[in-house]
Design a protein around this ligand. Sequence first.
Ligand code: ZN
Ligand code: ZN
Length: 248
Amino acid sequence: MKIKFLGTSAGWPLPRLGCQDKICSSTDPKDTRTRSQAIVNDKLLLDIGPDTYQHLKTPGLDPTKTKYAAISHEHPDHTFGLWDLGHIYNSEKIKVILNEETYRKIKKLFFYKEYEILILKDGQKIIVDGLELSLLRVNHTTSSFGVSIKEKTKRLFWAPDFKALPSATQEELSGADLIAMDGSELNIKSRNHQTIKEGISLGKTLKAKKIYFTHIGHRTLPHRELEGYVQREGANFQVAYDGQEIEI
Ligand SMILES: [Zn+2]
Ligand SMILES: [Zn+2]
């Protein structure tokens, strides 16, 4: 399975407008981050944030190959690209996969019925193009999910926003090959997001083979320092950056 991180920021991109702090004045290209989004095997988008248009223009990516898009939850940084996604020339109608509660909240964003909508119940599995997909609950808003994607024996879990994972989700994920998880905060507690520190202990509990932090927030560290911080806990902990491609 091929995963490309198209964007890796929290709700607002980095650098933040008008800010001169260490992250925002960094000259390392890895400190420029756009809204969290990834694409699997060049055809399944994970989340549809406001940077979708720019992401689909990434060299080497053919936007007409995008066939599916799964949405984790209703927040604007994960859904406001729907407008652009519905207007790709020479493509089939994109199938948007989401939970029914999420759909109810963002129905109005589906302008002009340019999409085919696939509603999934909690934990329900569907197979698209050889990938088995399901939405597993995470604690963030009352209707937030992580996207589980299995290809043969490999499993990826996409969960850019969560405070904690319910035990049913944890059981299901044990031993996952790659979890892309919430990196909004380093160690400052916030109401709806875990800290990277908590993510490291969660990763150890889940015995995940690889953890990539994404949805990187403003109160963390410049990429290089953040990478050093997580890697002290083991080589399986990584910080994703925009444009990074990995194979599991
Ligand atoms: Zn978010
Ligand atoms: Zn959110």
